[in-house]
Design a protein around this ligand. Structure first.
Ligand code: SF4
Ligand code: SF4
Ligand code: FES
Length: 302
């Protein structure tokens, strides 16, 4: 174990732990967006930064390994200012309406001014952002806040991609890649503000390498990737998490024994997730467990 001082209090963490682990050991609520226990840190969002004594710059706590004797501040004016600005840049350009309650709490805590950069610019036309060339980002008009707003992509009955809600956290790319699925169907295309998640050559999902495991949906923190069933209920105004139950069970398909979490509303399965703390799945599934549940609801002439 090593000693780390967090906000003036010494905590002990195992060798190899991160500064985020030290913060959590002390019970400090540290914002994270691109971090997930089951994925390799990519340091994309920088909302988890802390002030580390002796370091010129703020450091991302989610990936910085704690060293013996480290002294960190998690709530200094510099840290608060940085977290506020990161959230303001995201909130001005991305639709965070389906982001977790944590995000809304952090927006309040850091007094994020979501309108700081002016009213939102007009949304892009369908597929327009996907065709942009790297290095040719147009200049802002100075009066409106540039956004990633664009029409939602619905290519099949499995899941939808609403990149107006994408914060480019890379989690879906990691889950599709060597952190879980090893399919590599999606990656980040473009540069700067034009960067976006894309299939190879922007192919439609069913013409891409995607195998519909839905692991990208499972890790997306903003609702940019959701089940088509959830999307349809939200569009109809009938999605109601307060009415939903969640039942943990074992996948009926093969012998691996993946655990499923069945989210049920009005006696219908509306989506399927998997527990992050399960040693077989770590939150990930295949197409059968994730999407193959319609037979449960085949009630014939009922
Ligand atoms: S459904 Fe699976 S294979 Fe398809 S993009 Fe998402 S993670 Fe990759
Ligand atoms: S689609 Fe979701 S998981 Fe993927 S980069 Fe965007 S916000 Fe992150
Ligand atoms: S959570 Fe640490 S950089 Fe995103």
């Amino acid at each position: 174990m090593i000693d780390v001082t967090v906000d003036g209090e010494v905590v002990q963490v195992p060798e190899g732990a991160t500064l985020l682990d030290a913060c959590r050991t002390k019970g400090v609520d540290t914002p994270t967006l691109c971090y997930l226990e089951t994925l390799t840190p990519v340091n994309a969002c920088r909302v988890c930064v802390v002030e580390l004594e002796g370091s010129r710059t703020l450091v991302p706590s989610c990936s910085r390994a704690a060293q013996p004797g480290d002294v960190v501040q998690t709530d200094s004016p510099r840290v608060r200012h940085s977290r506020k600005l990161v959230l303001e840049l995201l909130a001005s350009s991305v639709d965070l309406s389906l982001a977790s309650g944590d995000v809304r709490r952090w927006v309040d805590r850091y007094e994020v001014d979501t309108a700081r950069f002016g009213p939102a610019a007009a949304p892009a036309a369908a597929d327009e952002r996907d065709g942009r060339d790297s290095g040719h980002h147009h200049a802002s008009d100075g009066a409106t806040a540039e956004t990633v707003a664009q029409p939602i992509k619905i290519h099949d009955e499995m899941y939808v991609r609403d990149y107006s809600k994408c914060i480019l956290c890379y989690k879906c790319v990691e889950a599709c890649g060597d952190d879980a699925q090893n399919t590599f169907a999606i990656a980040v295309a473009g540069r700067g503000f034009d960067a976006r998640i894309s299939t190879e050559f922007d192919r439609k999902l069913d013409q891409s390498a995607c195998v519909y495991c839905g692991n990208c949906i499972g890790v997306c923190p903003t609702g940019a990737l959701v089940f088509k069933s959830e999307h349809d209920l939200r569009e109809a105004g009938t999605w109601d998490e307060a009415k939903q139950t969640m039942t943990r069970t074992v996948c009926p398909y093969c012998g691996v024994g993946c655990n499923l979490e069945l989210h049920v509303q009005d006696n219908e399965i509306v989506k399927v997730t998997s527990p992050m703390d399960h040693s077989v799945t770590h939150g990930h599934l295949c197409i059968k467990g994730r999407f193959g549940w319609q037979f449960v609801q085949n009630r014939g002439s009922e």
